[in-house]
Design a protein around this ligand. Structure first.
Ligand code: 0A1
Ligand code: ZN
Length: 875
């Protein structure tokens, strides 16, 4: 037996230590005898020694498994097991293992007791699996690594009454009745896959069906499976799936490759969704939608997640990752693909603005703190901690820059080559990069630093102007701040899309927008023969994930807000201006009337898409303001920023009252609710106007929100009105909350909104209210959605209360993290990231946060997941 030192920090896994697997698997046969408390799994693996392996013994991963029996080629063996798996050095007779043999093992697991929601677990009576990244080892002993790919045949046996639906990957090849009220189904997946893409679902589920014929002529049966009663809320997920399938055929030439594609909604899920081959499993909140229960934002999110998981079929499943360090190979690329899809289906500039808001809020935040890591990390302790904004969102930006550098044709050529060359393989970033190099003839050695170098690059800009000859020069200086483990940074390839505007707002460059590549620490670009000094529009479309640092004037920002032909930069000018004004207000200034005028002009410009105008009216968030304060050299004061932001909103509503009232009156959408982008954009603008009016806070304003809530026949009208009332602590809030509760108490997806809207309300006694809600009978802390909707929403969405100077908010979060960690390490570890910005606050708050992090670190039996996060944050 191996003895373990519980106090020793677990050893990190290193990219540099990658070795090919010693054993490969030809085929896998699994039999599940499903029972809530004692499920038996029989695994039959046809193993073959890898000629490229190290010739070592057979090592199988396994966690929390009870080994009932094992055999090699039918002869029983009793391998030694340890906490992480088992090692088999020879046969029962002591002979060396043959180069090919059949391993069979029976293991027993306890799905009901599995609250970590990894491996096989029960969610409200339904069996389901989550195997990425390393959950399969909680089902059976197996080489749980993505470069071991095999064909699977899966037999599921379960109680026919409670589990009429039995699903797994691939095609159904057989099913039938068994004695004692049980039944079975056999599924076969013809495509070799790594075990993290295995999935099984068994439960009382109802299917919404549709048929789809691929461009290649394959008839595919599509199914969306939900609990009885939820069938009326599947149409949008199905519609999104069909549009995604068509889009991937058109945009990438990729068709679906099985006769069945199923989506299942589950209530208990750590993440958003999972791309298991032919059987995508979704957090129910990203499937279920009806006009009464889902907002426009929910619809948009469902569309993009359905697309994301579907797109993984080619980028992730057909071509998978060699090891988990290559996670961005599938995630960055698939996020980029889903962003392109949404841009095509809805509005490209609006999508880009939304993505950049998220990138800054999540990824820049991560990149600027103790959890910063490269898009391809070089070591980890717990891989589940690396499903991050950096790997997903910055990973997507890196792909986006390749798209910008090579244009749509060059990009498509490289991707065609990638699919052709690597179909069926487990790849590394270098394989992907080589496809671009071979397809375009360009060396990407320097570009590849985007995958290896962490931190958000800063690009400083200086200009010079010579009347004589109309010479205008831009000097760019790039640098990347140090991040943990990476003190020194090298220059990156940064594509800067730029335009030059004349006095009347016209683009002066003949091509409108030019792509300038920065490759050195300093790059100068000169333009000649300009009629007058231009106003530069830099980093159009946010062409690289960098912080642009440039001295500019309010007048220039207002000019760009009014004139830039690049919609993103029009918005960006307004956003940067709003941040400046808010920070000046935090320092005691009044709201800048010129800014309010510019904002009013933008919001009232009827030539602009309402969705765009709604984004322009969004007030920068408190976390963004806090990080910006710190970037300018001062610790952030969360309460002062909250007050300043509120004051800015009140001032905006005061200045723009008439326009806002008009928008609220006119931006209605006639006819029954439809989630399309145009209708959603009008509602977004209308609700933005309502939010600002409620911030003004006159009785009429509150009555307007209460009226909208009462009259609403859809959630997109009802919820923003409720949120405005609750966040303003309006007299009508309590009745509205009660009505909402009474109507939706039995609907978990909707009730999460009820918890979250209260958790994020910035009242004086916010923490007291949140504490009281933890006693609410519907607060099920073991359900990740519910936990996130209360504890998570408070920590991430109520900064003035979470960062209360007495540290009570911090202690509250730490208490809950310690409690949840014993059951669900993954969700706990993710939420611990709420503390990652500790460095931007004053010494007092820093001390208080570090005290809580140390308290968590000292909790007995702390998981590897949370342990790693906390120790990285403590530095
Ligand atoms: N691959 C999924 C997300 C996912 C990742 C990890 C999980 O468990 C640790 C679950 C889901 C996606 O990108 O959608
Ligand atoms: Zn993904």
């Amino acid at each position: 037996m191996r003895t373990e030192d519980a106090s020793a920090a677990p050893a990190p896994v290193r990219l540099a230590d990658y070795r090919p697997p010693a054993w490969l698997i030809e085929s896998v046969r699994l039999t599940f005898d499903l029972r809530p408390r004692g499920t038996r799994v029989t695994a039959r693996l046809a193993l073959r020694r890898n000629p490229d392996g190290d010739g070592g013994p057979l090592r199988l991963d396994g966690r929390n498994l009870r080994l009932v029996a094992a055999s090699v080629d039918g002869a029983p063996v009793s391998p030694e097991t340890d906490a992480e798996g088992l090692t088999l050095s020879g046969t029962a007779s002591g002979a060396a293992l043959p180069d090919a043999f059949v391993w069979e093992a029976v293991t027993e697991i306890d799905p009901e007791d599995n609250k970590a929601l990894e491996g096989l677990y029960l969610s409200r009576g339904m069996f389901c699996t989550q195997c990425e990244a390393q959950g399969f080892r909680k089902i059976t002993f197996f080489p749980d690594r993505p470069d071991v790919m095999a064909m699977y045949e899966v037999r599921i046996e379960a109680d026919a009454g409670s589990c009429p639906a039995l699903l797994s990957n691939g095609d159904l090849i057989e099913s039938g009745a068994l004695p004692k009220g049980r039944h079975y189904a056999v599924w076969r997946d013809p495509h070799p896959k790594p075990c993290y893409l295995f999935a099984l679902v068994a439960g009382d589920l109802r299917e919404t069906r549709a048929d789809f014929t691929t461009v290649e002529g394959r008839q595919v049966r599509l199914g969306v499976w939900v609990r009885p009663g939820d069938e009326g809320r599947t149409a949008y997920a199905m519609d999104s799936l069909i549009r995604s399938m068509r889009w991937d055929e058109r945009a990438y030439g990729r068709a679906y490759d099985l006769d069945v594609f199923n989506i299942v909604a589950v209530d208990d899920f750590n993440m958003g969704a999972m791309e298991n081959k032919g059987l995508n499993i979704f957090n129910a909140k990203y499937v279920l939608a009806s006009p009464e229960t889902a907002t426009d934002a929910d619809y948009a999110r469902i569309e993009s997640i359905v697309a994301h998981e579907y797109f993984h079929n080619w980028t992730g499943n057909r071509i998978t990752c060699r090891d988990w360090f290559q996670l961005c190979l599938k995630e960055g690329l698939t996020v980029f693909r889903d962003q392109q899809f949404t841009a095509d289906e809805r509005s490209a500039p609006v999508k880009r603005i939304e993505d950049v808001v998220t990138l800054r809020a999540r990824q820049f935040r991560e990149d600027g703190g103790p959890l910063a890591h490269p898009v391809r990390p070089e070591e980890y302790i717990e891989i589940n901690n690396f499903y991050t904004a950096t790997i997903y969102e910055k990973g997507a930006e890196v792909i986006g820059m390749l798209h910008t550098l090579f244009g749509p044709e060059g990009y498509r050529k490289a991707l065609d080559l990638y699919f052709e060359r690597h179909d069926g393989q487990a790849c590394a970033i270098e394989d992907f990069r080589r496809c671009f190099e071979d397809a375009t003839g360009r060396d990407l050695t320097q570009f590849a630093r985007w995958w290896s170098q962490a931190g958000t690059p800063e690009v400083g800009v200086e200009e010079s102007w010579q009347e004589d000859g109309g010479r205008y020069a831009l000097i760019f200086r790039q640098s990347t701040p140090p991040t943990p483990g990476q003190p020194d940074k090298a220059p990156l390839v940064i594509p800067v899309a730029l335009g030059l505007l004349g006095a009347n707002g016209d683009d002066l460059l003949p091509e409108g927008t030019r792509i300038v590549e920065l490759t050195e620490a300093e790059t100068a670009v000169t333009f000649e023969g300009l009629p007058a000094r231009p106003v530069p529009s830099l980093l159009r479309g946010f062409s690289a994930p960098v912080r642009l640092i440039r001295e500019t004037s309010d007048a220039e920002r207002a000019f760009l807000m009014a004139h830039d032909s690049d919609a993103f930069n029009r918005w960006e000018a307004g956003r940067a201006y709003a941040v400046d004004v808010a920070l000046r207000m935090a320092g005691g200034a009044d709201a800048d009337p010129a800014f309010l005028d510019a904002l009013d002009a933008l919001a009232s410009d009827e030539s602009l898409d309402p969705a765009f105008r709604a984004l322009a009216l969004e007030t920068p968030g408190e976390d963004e303001l806090a990080r910006e304060t710190f970037a300018r050299g001062t610790p952030a004061d969360p309460q002062a920023l909250h007050a300043a932001r509120d004051a800015l909103r009140r001032a905006a509503a005061g200045r723009m009252g008439d326009a806002l009232e008009r928008l609220h009156r006119e931006m209605t959408v006639p006819g029954p609710y439809s989630p399309d982008a145009a209708a959603a954009g009008r509602r977004a603008l209308r609700n933005r106007a309502l939010g600002l009016l409620v911030a003004r806070g006159a009785p009429d304003d509150l009555a307007r929100a209460a009226g909208q809530f009462e009259r609403a026949d859809n959630m997109s009208d009802a919820f923003p009105a409720l949120a405005a009332l609750v966040h303003a602590d309006a007299p009508q809030a309590a009745a509205a909350l009660a009505a909402f509760h009474d109507r939706w108490r039995d609907d978990p997806v909707v009730m999460d909104k009820w918890f979250a809207v209260q958790a994020t309300a910035p009242a004086d006694d916010a923490l007291g209210r949140v504490r009281a809600l933890t006693e609410h009978p519907l607060f099920d802390w073991l359900n990740p959605n519910r936990f996130r909707s209360l504890v998570g929403a408070f920590a991430a969405g109520n900064p003035s209360a979470f960062h209360a100077a007495d540290g009570a908010g911090y202690a509250f979060l730490a208490d809950w993290l310690i409690r949840l960690d014993a059951k669900n390490p993954q969700t706990t570890a993710r939420m611990a990231g709420a503390f990652e910005t500790w460095g931007i606050y004053d010494a007092g708050r820093q001390r208080l946060i570090r005290d809580q992090l140390e308290r968590i670190a000292a909790a007995p039996g702390l998981s590897r997941d949370t342990g790693e996060m906390v120790s990285r944050m403590l530095g």
